[in-house]
Design a protein around this ligand. Structure first.
Ligand SMILES: [Zn+2]
Length: 629
């Protein structure tokens, strides 16, 4: 036996030695092995897309776009219309939260409104006559909101002096009983963040107010006021914020904060939302005709989107079980599918004929099919933009290692994956995209638009400090809005403990977001069933009653229609009329009206519950009547 074992060992060692010698010495033999690693899965007779993608050059959005229509809602008095005033940030957050507004550059016209937001600053260099008019406004009963206040109007806002500094990393609610602030009961609502003090020496630029006539509403850690309020005898009020909220909103939404979030994902981070909710509260408590637009379809308390990333061969098969679960719960979900037709370092070329069969199953189950790129590369954020003529099967991005991908372009990943999905399913367009590893190139918004996408889910909600969807700008920057929207991720499946053990905390986050009609999105990779499946099943059951649960596209389509709804209020002899203009009819939209209003329009499609008026089918030119006590 010993001899046989010895002979076997000698043969084995010789064999290994010969193998190493061949691989080490014979490069021709070694190289073909590498080439076969990035082979292409070829669908017969499939080639495209045949058109080309062209990205339009940037064109600054004019403030005039928001300067017409009826005089209703908050008047934004825009005193600086130049490139750097960041007013788009204010406008987008107002639209998100359903605060009606109109922009003015003329002081007299703006002051006809009940509530005026002076943007982006008030200082002593301004026209004296304009300053005098603004001074009089709250004294006559108006509500004046401003930010970055410095100079002769300081007393109007109830403070003596102001110091600018970039050393304020947070602001805390000081007056927790104030009617405008008492809804903020969570620790992360009561303290909002501008930057992480452990990572940065300097924060965003802030204005700290001191020498106050009354109590501050919010303060910085150094005791200076971040938000002041002065009340006037005739009911007028004046508020001063210590940061440029439009700028801050765009910094947040562009994912460019100084890492101001307290945790990256799987928790609640409302810093931006708190500011806009305060403005909303100021508006609704200052105007007798204030109506705001609901943020959730069908007057539910929050919107829930369940999304799956299919970036692994086994996940493709498991996705059918998730879809069956969702169908049995009567909800739809979104499946971001990696159209992986190239075998490389990451995985097999699993986007093949059998994947197409599964795709058709998901499609017939009414699930949203979306793109999760082709290469799923960590370097996507650094990919070149591309020529816009990338086509299957010649487009050839190859992941060589975690640090190297060759042949990929921003446009190629978008247009070729969309083509390959749409080529095999006929019931739906591909309009949503999520990059692998949430790797986000700055050109993504305009690249999405140019390739026919409308929605991205590319960031975590915490990293953008908002639990709401929002409109994207060109280059993720400040100047041009695009018809493309972001739907950030709240909860993911990789962090420990395993998801099913995080169910309570995920439900708790959902309830916090539901307080103001926010958006809750989860990412579940169907690489396994087990604890992830259990989480999803449990979450749907526990949140079902209060949430509108649907695919991202369904909610996003609704969100875009809502984004284009305009309305205003007129007084008549019996009460008030709500006039609605909308380019397209929209279902299940809620208007929040003053508490003492009662809807008198007899219609089966209009239902009032408290101050919420749910309209089943909103059409252009619609008028709804209210009696007011
Ligand atoms: Zn992925």
């Amino acid at each position: 036996m010993k001899i046989i074992r010895s002979i076997f060992l000698v043969v084995l060692l010789f064999g290994i030695g010969y193998f190493l010698f061949k691989v080490g010495s014979d490069k021709d033999k070694f190289v073909p092995t590498l080439i076969s690693v990035d082979s292409v899965y070829k669908f017969p007779n499939v080639k495209g897309p045949m058109d080309s993608t062209v990205i339009a050059p940037t064109h600054r959005t004019s403030w005039k776009k928001y300067a017409d229509g009826e005089s209703y809602g908050v008047a934004i008095l825009l005193l600086d219309t130049n490139d750097n005033s960041n007013w788009l940030g204010l406008v987008h957050t107002f639209k998100t939260f359903g605060i009606p507004f109109r922009i003015y550059t003329n002081v007299d016209s703006a002051l006809k409104h009940d509530v005026v937001y002076v943007y982006p600053y008030i200082n002593g260099a301004m026209d004296r006559t304009a300053l005098a008019k603004l001074t009089n406004f709250p004294q006559k009963g108006g509500t004046l909101i401003a930010q970055c206040v410095e100079g002769v109007l300081n007393p109007v806002f109830g403070f003596n002096s102001m110091i600018t500094t970039n050393k304020n990393f947070s602001a805390q609610i000081a007056d927790t009983n104030n009617p405008l602030l008492k809804e903020f009961t969570d620790r992360k609502e009561r303290k909002i963040m501008f930057a992480d003090p452990e990572l940065f020496k300097e924060s965003e630029g802030t204005y700290g107010y001191s020498g106050l006539m009354g109590n501050p509403l919010m303060v910085y850690p150094n005791g200076q006021a971040f938000l002041t309020e002065r009340d006037f005898k005739g009911g007028g009020r004046a508020f001063a914020f210590g940061i440029n909220i439009g700028y801050y909103a765009l910094v947040c939404e562009g994912g460019r904060t100084l890492q101001a979030w307290r945790s990256y994902v799987n928790s609640y981070e409302p810093s931006l939302d708190v500011l806009i909710r305060i403005i909303k509260n100021i508006y609704t408590s200052s105007s007798k005709t204030a109506i705001t637009l609901g943020t959730v379809p069908n007057n539910k308390r929050l919107t829930v989107c369940i999304t799956h990333d299919i970036d692994y061969s086994r996940a493709m098969i498991n996705s059918m079980d998730y879809a069956k679960l969702e169908k049995s719960k009567n909800v739809t979900a979104t499946y971001f599918i990696q159209t992986k037709y190239i075998k490389d370092y990451n995985d097999d070329d699993f986007y093949n004929d059998s994947a197409v069969g599964i795709l058709r199953f998901l499609d017939s189950a009414k699930m949203e099919i979306a793109s999760h790129s082709i290469s799923h590369s960590r370097q996507y954020m650094d990919f070149p933009l591309g020529k816009g003529n990338e086509r299957y099967p010649s487009y050839h991005p190859v992941v060589k290692s975690p640090k190297l991908t060759t042949g990929g372009t921003v446009l190629g990943e978008l247009r070729v994956s969309k083509f390959l999905l749409e080529n095999f399913i006929k019931n739906q367009p591909i309009v949503s995209f999520r990059p692998g590893y949430l790797a986000y190139p700055p050109s993504l918004p305009q690249a999405l638009q140019a390739t026919g996408y409308k929605y991205g889910s590319d960031l975590t909600a915490n990293s953008v400090l908002t639990q709401m969807p929002y409109q994207l700008n060109y280059d993720n920057s400040y100047d041009e809005e695009l018809p493309v929207f972001e739907f950030p991720i709240t909860i993911e499946d990789r962090e420990l403990p395993e998801m099913d053990k995080r169910l309570d905390s995920a439900v708790a986050v959902a309830y916090k977001i539901s307080k103001y009609g926010g958006f809750w999105c989860t990412l579940i990779h169907p690489d396994i069933l087990g604890f992830k499946y259990k989480f999803e099943e449990g979450f749907i059951d526990r949140i079902h009653d209060i949430a509108y649960i649907c695919s991202m596209r369904e909610f996003a389509d609704w969100w875009v229609m809502r984004n284009n709804v305009h309305y205003f209020v007129r007084k008549n002899t019996n009460g008030y009329e709500l006039h609605i203009n909308t380019p397209v009819a929209i279902d299940n939209l809620t208007f929040f009206v003053p508490a003492e209003w009662t809807c008198t329009s007899a219609s089966q499609t209009i239902k009032q519950t408290g101050n919420a008026v749910l309209v089943k089918n909103v059409t252009n030119g619609m008028t709804i009547n209210f009696a007011a006590k």
